[in-house]
Design a protein around this ligand. Structure first.
Ligand code: ADP
Ligand code: MG
Length: 613
């Protein structure tokens, strides 16, 4: 050491605190680079601020950039900035005192003077906690800081420490303005002197820091933190380029939402919806690609918990000044702050979708085809946003081949209709041909068609929409006027009893229908379970033979049923076969027939009787 070097001991509690910072505050050692770059950016930002306020500055023309240099032989990493630098007193105060943030003091100072002059302060400054600098000691045996203040009558100083018990200060007379920090790496951390490693860390955390960052002379970062700029100053092409960059996509986004909020949290968000769902293409489960920043510095990439699972198709950036930068990632995950952010962001995004749907229904229809099942997943798995999500659903109906919103359906419900009817089927044609549709159709009711088997669970979870119950067509109470030529009530009842007797355990009950028009019979809803739901459940537990009770309803006005009534008196055995076939036909129509072989035998026997008659 030179003779002019002075040694300063860290205070006992400071040495202890230092120990905590180095060993347990951060989960990833690599973030020391993020912290030092953030400090360099802060120092540069402060210089810019002083420049614009007309303060006299030493070496006013030095380029404002942050330069990193690796030395694989000396095992050092060096970070140089042309920021405000530090005087001797500032060195002692800022780096000699842990948890003292010169940045915080600077902010308070300019806030105070801004309040006097009516201007705004420099809100771009990152540091506030006063511990970031010490993260360097996670990887360093020794850190040397060469610094010279912007103040013209100051001189340079050199600060050195092993981060254990003391630091030294000596004069470093003709240094350039700003700060150079040399990290002497521990043996096990020497890969932080490898250019490839350092470059990837810069790109990861500091890509959008607002000054050029160079590594061994080459510019590394992208600088343009689009989300922090004013919407009106950004072109579509810029948005698209940014999306492709951070979203790793080659297509333009389908939607973008750029917004900022001050309350309840300070947020700037730039969110994108891709044109295509990769999951729909059969790719594995999408991982959220929304990254969490604090003042342009990455806190967590692909942030978990920032949005609900079912919005995992979103890409983009959320930046919140309210986030503690120095927090470790594990703590981030369950923090109440994150939950608050989640709620605000999700609500805002769903409102955005609703606005888009109204503004351009065709475009929204395309989005819904691609991402609708994510929204349905939201309804089934998360009640927080259920109402907002219900508004975003789109379905075909019996009167509209173009999918419509449930709100549109409700708006055109006739006054005497109190419920929303829905019907599941594999295709629109199947729904239109369904026996459950007949009665509602005859009554002039519009029916929502569910063509995706899971939609029935969506309805189950929604239960109602705008105060109107969602009712499966099977359960709809429809009473059509008795038709001419129909069996009278008593005769129909007796026939129903006969059918129940012949079918035995295969059905639980045979009823006389008041709603069938074209079909002779149908499987009726029972135990609150519709046919399609039973179909899904049956597929889930294949072994259990017919675990659900079934009701059959017969159409007393259908010629086949009227004929069966006559036949049972003339040829009871043949009538029993016809009854069994009518039951099987109803099962086929409901997609519930289990054993076509038995049915084929019977139908062949029936045909034989017909042709040999
Ligand atoms: P924070 O950034 O949260 O304030 P740090 O421990 O990272 O805390 O830094 C402590 C203080 O040291 C900063 O507030 C700043 O005053 C000073 N400092 C650190 N790095 C630099 C630098 N490159 N140039 C000028 N001052 C710096
Ligand atoms: Mg800092």
């Amino acid at each position: 050491m030179s003779t002019t070097a002075e040694t300063h001991e860290f205070q006992a509690e400071i040495a202890q605190l230092l120990n905590i910072v180095i060993h347990s505050l951060y989960t990833d050692k690599e973030i020391f680079i993020r912290e030092l770059i953030s400090n360099a950016a802060d120092a540069t930002e402060k210089l810019k601020f002083l420049q614009t306020s007309g303060t006299a500055i030493f070496e006013p023309d030095r380029e404002l950039q942050i330069a990193l240099a690796t030395d694989e032989t000396a095992h050092t990493l060096t970070i140089t900035d042309a920021g405000i630098g530090m005087t001797r007193d500032e060195l002692i105060e800022n780096l000699g005192t842990i948890a003292h943030s010169g940045s915080k003091a600077f902010l308070e100072q300019i806030k105070a003077s801004a309040a006097k002059s009516g201007g705004t302060g420099a809100a771009e400054i990152i540091g506030q906690f006063g511990v970031g600098f010490y993260s360097a000691f996670m990887v360093a045996t020794k850190v040397t800081v060469f610094t010279r203040s912007y103040q013209p009558d100051e001189t340079g100083w050199i600060w050195t420490s092993d981060g254990v018990s003391s630091y030294e200060i000596e004069p470093g007379n003709d240094l350039p303005r700003g700060t150079k920090i040399v990290i002497h790496l521990k043996e096990e951390d020497q890969d932080y002197a490898t250019p490839r490693r350092v470059e990837s860390i810069i790109k990861r955390y500091s890509n959008f820091v607002g000054f050029p960052i160079t590594l061994n002379g080459e510019t590394v970062n992208t600088i343009n933190a689009l989300w922090t700029r004013n919407k009106s100053e950004i072109t579509d092409a810029e948005y698209e380029e940014f999306y492709k960059f951070i979203g790793h996509d080659f297509e333009a986004p389908a939607y973008r939402l750029h917004f900022s909020a001050d309350a309840p949290l300070a947020i700037r968000a730039l969110l994108f919806v891709p044109q295509h769902s990769r999951e729909k293409l059969g790719m594995p489960k999408t991982e959220s690609e929304v990254h969490l920043y604090c003042r342009k510095v990455l806190i967590q990439s692909k942030s978990k918990g920032l949005f609900p699972e079912w919005l995992r198709f979103l890409k983009g950036v959320v930046d919140s000044e309210d986030l503690p930068l120095n927090i470790s990632r594990e703590t981030m995950q369950d923090s109440a702050l994150l939950q608050k952010l989640n709620k605000v962001l999700t609500t805002r995004f769903l409102k955005f979708l609703d606005e888009q749907a109204k503004a351009d229904p065709d475009k929204y229809a395309t989005f819904f085809r691609e991402f609708g099942h994510f929204l349905k997943e939201g309804i089934v798995s998360d009640f927080t946003h259920r109402d907002a999500l219900a508004k975003l659903l789109r379905y075909e109906t019996s009167t509209s081949e173009t999918p419509v919103a449930l709100a549109d359906y409700v708006a055109r419900m006739p006054e005497d209709q109190k419920e929303i009817y829905f019907l599941s089927g594999p295709t629109r044609e199947a729904c239109l041909a369904s026996p459950y549709y007949e009665g509602l159709h005859a009554k002039g009711r519009e029916v929502v068609f569910l063509l995706d088997p899971w939609d029935e669970f969506v309805m189950e979870h929604l239960h109602e929409f705008e105060g109107k119950k969602l009712v499966p067509a099977e359960k709809a109470e429809v009473t059509l006027d008795a038709k001419e030529g129909a069996l009278d009530a008593d005769t129909a009842r007796l026939l129903a009893n006969f059918i129940k007797e012949t079918l035995g355990d295969k059905v639980d009950e045979v009823r006389v229908s008041t709603r069938l028009v074209d079909s002779p019979a149908a499987i009726a809803e029972s135990e609150g379970m519709t046919a399609s739901m039973r179909r899904i459940l049956k597929n889930l537990n294949r072994d259990e033979a017919n675990p659900f009770k079934q009701h059959l309803e017969i159409n007393p006005a259908h010629p086949m049923i009227a004929g069966l009534e006559k036949l049972r008196h003339a040829d009871a055995a043949l009538a029993a076969q016809v009854a069994a076939q009518i039951h099987d036909n109803a099962l086929i129509s409901a997609g519930l027939l289990e054993d076509p072989q038995a049915m084929l035998k019977r139908i062949n026997a029936l045909l034989e009787q017909l042709v040999t008659r």
